[in-house]
Design a protein around this ligand. Structure first.
Ligand code: COA
Length: 182
């Protein structure tokens, strides 16, 4: 893995907002057993249109940042996954949470790390979201590596809920305002 480009080296990775045409990509991300193995298993295909509509509403209203990753700037039709930043209530407090997915054919190329870094930089530059939390599954080596290498702090174990399912996760956080990346 050492010969693979790191996130910093994949400066070409770009983000665009989620759109109606992303239904197929959504199915590949959320209905695939391997993609969802750390997230409690695949979601039913029957719910994907509604999830996409909901995500587009959240993104266009500005309530959430829901971006698709473009790994090839020369071809904006190619999508490698997504990176998402949203807020939710937990114990009466608003929590900002970031999550990400990279499709199998793009994994291991530094794209996930580059996309998370891009979104955190946007959060810092926008002065929005405050402390950002991430909850990768405890066995999700690559996602925990993204947190570690981008400078998140590990708080400890946390039973997170995804799509109504409770999952054992590591709880990381980062304050984008402290990032010194350009
Ligand atoms: C987890 C996931 C997003 C990683 O994306 P990626 O683009 O493949 O990751 P990157 O190539 O940017 O690598 C990020 C880090 O993970 C490490 N890594 C990547 N693949 C790895 C693997 N299979 N095993 C161990 N470490 C791995 C890299 O070395 C890198 O660490 P470094 O910065 O210390 O060098 C992607 O595998 C994925 O979407 N998996 C399925 C869905 C999922 O788990 N989503 C996340 C829920 S929190």
């Amino acid at each position: 893995m050492s010969s693979r480009p790191t996130g910093e080296e994949t400066a070409d990775t770009a983000l665009r907002e989620v759109a109606v045409g992303d239904a197929d990509i959504y199915e590949r991300m959320f209905c695939d057993p391997a993609m969802m193995s750390h997230l409690g298993g695949p979601l039913p295909r029957s719910g994907i249109s509604a999830k996409l509509r909901h995500d587009i509403d959240e993104a266009t209203s500005g309530r959430a940042w829901i971006y698709m990753i473009q790994p090839s700037p020369g071809d904006p039709t190619v999508v490698g996954g997504n990176v998402v930043l949203w807020a939710h209530e937990s114990h009466g407090m608003s929590i900002s949470e970031i999550g990400w997915m990279v499709l199998p054919e793009f994994q291991g190329r530094g794209i996930g790390k580059a996309a998370v870094r891009l979104l955190l930089r946007r959060a810092r530059d926008a002065g929005r979201w405050g402390v950002v939390h991430a909850y990768p599954g405890v066995a999700n080596t690559a996602s925990n590596a993204i947190c570690r290498s981008l400078g998140f702090t590990l708080i400890g174990r946390h039973d997170a809920v995804f799509a109504g399912r409770s999952l054992p996760t590591n709880h990381w956080h980062i304050n984008p305002i402290n990032l010194t990346w350009r």
